[in-house]
Design a protein around this ligand. Sequence first.
Ligand SMILES: Cc1ncc(C[n+]2csc(CCOP(=O)(O)OP(=O)(O)O)c2C)c(N)n1
Ligand SMILES: [Mg+2]
Length: 390
Amino acid sequence: MPRARIALAEEVEYLSILDEQANVDVALDPRLPPHELQRLYRTLLLGRRFDERMIMLSRQGRIGNYPPYRGQEAASLGPAWVLRRDDWIVPSFRELIALIHHGWPMHRLILGWWGGHEIGAQPPEGVNALPLCGPVAGQCLHAAGLAWGSKLAGRDAVAVCFIGDGGTSEGDFHEAMNVAGVFRLPLIMIVQNNHWAISTPRSRQTASATFVQKAVGYGVPAVQVDGNDILAMIVATRAAVDRARAGGGATLIEAVTYRLGPHSTSDDPKKYRNPAEVEPWEKREPLIRFRKYMEARGLLTDATQALIEAEIDAQIVAEIALAEQYRPVETEPFDHCFAEMPDHLVRQRAEFEHYLRVRGGGAAPAPAAAIPSAPPRLPVDRFTPTVPVV
Ligand SMILES: Cc1ncc(C[n+]2csc(CCOP(=O)(O)OP(=O)(O)O)c2C)c(N)n1
Ligand SMILES: [Mg+2]
């Protein structure tokens, strides 16, 4: 028989529970208790407001370049919501709300990557999360390693890794998926398909009809989910986590979402994408439908919305003030990568030192002057926060 049919995979599922009009599929509704829905809504809103403030801080020069995540809050928070404290979150660079929910304090995110301060890249004590990751897809291998470590140690903790649609074109993603499939690792790979990788559209990223089918090649089960539907993200991740804890191995979840903002604060998407494409996604974003749902359930009123907003804003302002008590980053980023610094970095370090002298301060342009009420700067020992971590 020279020709036969080989079944590659069963059909993969698409999951959506809360649609754009805030209708719920009652058969699929996870029926979270009211108090949990309220906490979930508050955290989603915190994610939105924190992102807005980070953009402002970047525009004011109080942090560096920043990649906004508006529209992707549900795809980020949903997976984090179902985890235990001993599970690992391995982010890409837009999952700030997932990290915050897992216990990473906001001021350390402000300080971190985008303020350039090394404390921001140091996982806080007791928080099982790796720092935001700039090298696209590099985090996938770390996530596979953490999942493998958990399995070898006989624990049932899982690792949740976030990767973008663009990141799936990198070798690291495929290596991590392969090892996760072969060794049945407790790894949940969340592909945030936000339709763009800087200026490269999803159509130029892959000829695959979906990102889900990439998992088929590695023998890993996968599901495509409405990534703007927080309930669907929770249900899909919970199923994947349960399977992983029970020894059933990895899962890939394609979260279909959209990057509503620019790639970063130094990007102008009007140069490469038609605003008409963005419009329908504005209506599909996760907060509008979840707010409608909460209101329809009688769990949110305009008055409580105003109260929550005020509370969240005060929390964020306090975290910004805390972050700005640290002295700005100086030449530390040069200091810890190599035992013997290569010549080109020695030159760059000297150039940067000169820049700081000419500028008369740290790398950040005098934030204390910009906020008259800011407390005096505290010196910072390397790796040692001088203020208690909250
Ligand atoms: C290894 C590597 N190559 C290139 C870049 C430059 N770069 C930064 S973000 C990005 C696009 C990533 O797209 P995607 O994975 O879809 O994530 P998104 O930005 O949409 O969240 C690129 C090419 C990088 N940071 N690392
Ligand atoms: Mg993308």
